[in-house]
Write a protein that binds this ligand. Structure first.
Ligand code: B12
Ligand code: SF4
Ligand code: SF4
Length: 343
């Protein structure tokens, strides 16, 4: 589904909020609050089963072994494939609001931060986005008496990119990333699952994929730049070749040699987003904020610092979940490639 100029809603703060349903339905007025909280795009879709073409696409990806090591992606298909699913999410959900928050471009150049993927620098974005959406969800509960909301950022069994497209936030690019018009791929997503909120004005799920990568044109920059060729023809990613997987999620074992030779970061990989010509720096990007003790460390010091100190340095950052032994492992891979003078 494409976003049309008429869906673009300029709000008082001058931030663009592309999406569906935030102007006309029960949630009109919420768009400007979201923009104040730093969202660049937001919209709503009716809760309920996802169309079969999306769930089939997901299952085909999973069954082909693309998600090796990410066992959690094979669990909890109930809420993933039907957002009104009773139980794990919000009981009796009627509506899902999805919002995109841009992250800062060159933020945090101190200490080890330049070796961390941009979306993960400073305070853990899960916490930042959660706080922002929690304030919005409180406003929704006040606006719609009897409603209940639950905020979700990344960690729940939801297909967040699909929800974002259905909500009119943008399109899926060849890299698999959500591309927000005038912003590009450098956004993180968060949702508010709402119960007892009328779904008038909300988007319906599109009946088909209709077009592949509608905003990419002939560009293939991400596919060509991906160090281990993880991006597949259909725009999905083979995690077995993805540096982001190896540095964030892979178990503690040593990294494969080809990863050792290519991984530039302690956490994540920015290559497919950095090369994307759709990227635009955003004034309202999430502020990384002061956090953790990575500011004062170098790669060499990382070798000597105690587990306790490192664990303290990671606290409150997105690297905390990856943990000290994997961060040390990733540091060995990065050091493997850097000249001694840059360590
Ligand atoms: C598992 C995971 C990973 C894995 C696998 C990535 C992948 N591409 O599947 C790994 C660890 C490799 C990874 C890496 C990254 N991730 Co990640 N990841 C996730 C997670 C938890 C699940 C994704 C998933 O289900 N993948 C399976 C595939 C098949 O599903 P999918 O990518 O959602 O694709 C669906 C849509 O494309 C849809 N679709 C395709 N065309 C169309 C058309 C229409 C009209 C519609 C409606 C739908 C649709 O079909 C697919 C499903 O059937 C999500 C959070 C979430 N709960 O969704 C974050 C998430 C996708 N990751 C995110 C980020 C930021 C990243 C990294 C940039 C981090 C980094 N710098 O290292 C990289 C980018 C790599 C890449 N090119 O995708 C963001 C993406 C934001 C964005 N702009 O898209 C998310 C949404 C987290 C968040 N809350 O912000 N990630
Ligand atoms: S995150 Fe890096 S390794 Fe993964 S698909 Fe993008 S460019 Fe390739
Ligand atoms: S780099 Fe090019 S092909 Fe890849 S997502 Fe961006 S515009 Fe599309």
């Amino acid at each position: 589904m494409k976003v049309h100029p008429s869906d673009l809603v300029s709000v008082s703060e001058g931030v663009l909020c592309a999406g569906v349903g935030l102007e006309h339905g029960a949630l009109s007025g919420i768009a400007s609050l979201l923009a104040r909280e730093g969202a660049v795009a937001a919209g709503v879709v009716r809760a309920g089963p996802l169309p079969e073409w999306i769930t089939k696409r997901y299952e085909a990806w999973l069954c082909s072994g693309n998600a090796k090591g990410l066992d959690y992606l094979g669990r909890h298909h109930g809420p993933r494939f039907d957002t009104s699913h009773v139980g794990l999410l919000q009981k009796g959900a009627s509506l899902v609001l999805c919002a995109a928050f841009p992250y800062a471009d060159g933020a945090r150049q101190d200490g080890l931060w330049p070796l961390v993927a941009r979306h993960a620098r400073g305070v853990d974005y899960h916490l930042t986005v959660r706080d922002r959406l929690a304030r919005v969800s409180l406003a929704i509960e006040q606006l719609v008496p009897g409603s209940r909301c639950r905020v979700v950022v990344d960690t729940a069994p939801l297909l967040e990119r699909s929800l974002a497209v259905a909500c009119g936030l943008g399109t899926i690019g060849r890299s698999g990333m959500l591309l927000v018009p005038s912003v590009g791929p450098k956004v993180v997503l968060g949702e508010i699952i709402c119960a007892e909120v009328p779904a008038d004005g909300a988007a319906q799920w599109p009946e088909s994929r209709s077009e592949d990568f509608p905003d990419c044109g002939d560009c293939r920059a991400c596919v060509d730049a991906c160090p281990l060729r993880a991006i597949q023809k259909d725009g999905t990613v083979d995690v077995r070749r993805c540096l982001s997987y190896w540095t964030i999620e892979a178990p503690d074992q040593e990294l494969p040699i080809e990863v050792m030779k290519t991984s530039q970061l302690l956490f994540g990989c920015d290559v497919c987003t950095e090369v994307c010509p759709k990227c635009r720096p955003m004034a309202t990007a999430l502020e990384p904020g002061p956090s953790g003790g990575l500011d004062a460390l170098s790669l060499v010091q990382l070798e000597d610092v105690s587990n306790e100190e490192l664990s303290k340095a990671l606290r409150g950052t997105a690297l905390e979940r990856t943990g000290i032994s994997r961060v040390r492992r990733n540091a060995r891979a990065v050091a493997h490639q850097l000249p001694r003078t840059r360590l």
